[in-house]
Ligand binder design. Structure first.
Ligand SMILES: Cc1cc2nc3c(=O)[nH]c(=O)nc-3n(C[C@H](O)[C@H](O)[C@H](O)COP(=O)(O)O)c2cc1C
Length: 178
């Protein structure tokens, strides 16, 4: 099974990107998790024709994957523009790669709510693209500073277990709905 990981943060020391790296360490045998960097995706503009290469590549990687794992930061109680912008591009691709794609959402914030509000919005957007969003478990990683070390490794044992549980649920969900 091939999972594609997408982080909604572009910064090098992103906790969300680091959480995807942790997920890569926690995969069961036979499952791979590669990530897609959203940095090259331009701002959506319907006048840009044909679709930019970076958008085509994202669409291809989604189409080739069995499931998605999206890690979102929370910006002002919602999804970062970077992630919404990428999903807007994907939603216009003629082959609709998001349609019917199993997807799990999670997120890391430095605040107390662990991206709860962003994930509620992200869930709705993913449903608009036809994704089959894993209903549970929900995973909100709050107060990130205490859970990652200086090298960006997720070191909090209970959070690592929750990431593992999310992966297991996504794998079972993908087998069930595919
Ligand atoms: C523009 C902006 C808005 C933010 N708004 C929120 C917010 O609403 N809730 C929250 O918990 N954290 C908020 N934060 C703090 C983020 O949780 C923090 O920057 C986090 O590290 C972002 O994820 P990253 O490490 O993956 O880049 C905000 C940060 C930025 C830059």
């Amino acid at each position: 099974m091939k999972i594609l990981g997408i982080s909604g943060s572009l910064r090098k020391s992103s906790y969300n990107t680091a959480a995807l790296r942790a997920a890569q360490e926690l995969l069961p045998q036979g499952v791979t998790l590669e990530t897609f960097d959203l940095s090259p995706i331009p701002l959506y503009n319907e006048d840009i024709q044909p679709f930019p290469d970076s958008v085509q590549r994202l669409g291809e990687r989604i189409a080739q994957s069995d499931a998605l794992l999206i890690a979102t930061p929370e910006y002002n109680h919602s999804i970062p523009g970077v992630l919404k912008n990428a999903l807007d591009w994907v939603s216009r691709l003629p082959n609709q790669p998001g349609e019917g794609k199993p997807a799990a959402l999670f997120g890391v914030s430095v605040g107390r709510f662990g991206t709860l509000r962003a994930q509620l919005h992200l869930r709705e957007v993913c449903v608009a693209l036809g994704m089959l969003v894993l209903p549970k478990p929900e995973l909100y990683i709050s107060q990130a500073e205490g859970k990652f070390d200086a090298q960006g490794r997720l070191v909090d044992a209970s959070t690592r277990e929750r990431v593992r549980a999310l992966l297991e649920a996504l794998i079972a969900w993908t087998q069930r709905v595919s």
